[in-house]
Write a protein that binds this ligand. Sequence first.
Ligand SMILES: [Zn+2]
Length: 304
Amino acid sequence: MTKRRTKIQLTLTDLIDATSFCPLCLSKTKRDPIFTIQQNPLIQWLFCNECKAYSASMMPTEQFLESYYRDYYNESQTKVTVGRPDGLSRHIAQLLPENLKPTLTLLDFGGGDGTLAKVLVKRLRQIYPKTNFEITLVDFNQEKSEENNFFTFRSETRLTAVKNQEFDIILASAIIEHVPEAHQLIQELFDLLAKEGTLYVRTPFVSPLKKLFRRYPLKYPMHVHDIGPSFWNRVAERYSYPLDILVSQPSMVASGFSGKEWLRSCVAHTLKFPAHLENRFRAHPRDYFWNMMGGWEILFRKRK
Ligand SMILES: [Zn+2]
């Protein structure tokens, strides 16, 4: 989500205390406050030494988030949550391993209006012209069902609506950072993954940047977590599934080089470059010396 909003003050009725355990790993070990997001009621940005993720000390309630996102979508001209769905879909298509099943099921979790999934499937059809694709979108707003030469498309508003199904490809692009109960969400996404299925995740990771540039926005309450390589490279160990990590790297730069985006894109590429170098010369370490990459992406595959 790229749209800027003015900073809002949350009241106690909008908030749930989230200090008793880490919402990403459930550890009850005391977490260190790194930044203060808001005074009165106090909201802090906490670092978990167990799972290496950052999360807010107070989580917005479900009611608050529902009305917040309803307003957000009403104000936006488009529900797409990705700056350049075409570029991102090309990127994801290149990362995905070969899968020759006659029908591939794809779950787009939190994908706005499902544009990323639809564009991705059109690309995958070029690689697998005989494959049938079935897209399921899960997002706050219900979208119209659709059937064409490329795919069938349906939408649900809750993940529980698809809980007895399995998916060959799951997209969770820039969404986990929005969900307060993220440990449970990650469990549910692994549950929904078919054997040999792949889960693509992309999350922002800006806390190290904010330590240096105090005005760097955390985007709370839209973002309630901040998750980088040290979290993602360990996450599979906390769940009972046999998972392989196929890709773990700085996330793709979402902006292009046209007009005003030029400078932003140059800065983003520059910040990610040292981490790409580390990936190459340190053979994909769990923890990086350079953590200013701004975002991370990882591709899991469930073993047979
Ligand atoms: Zn944790």
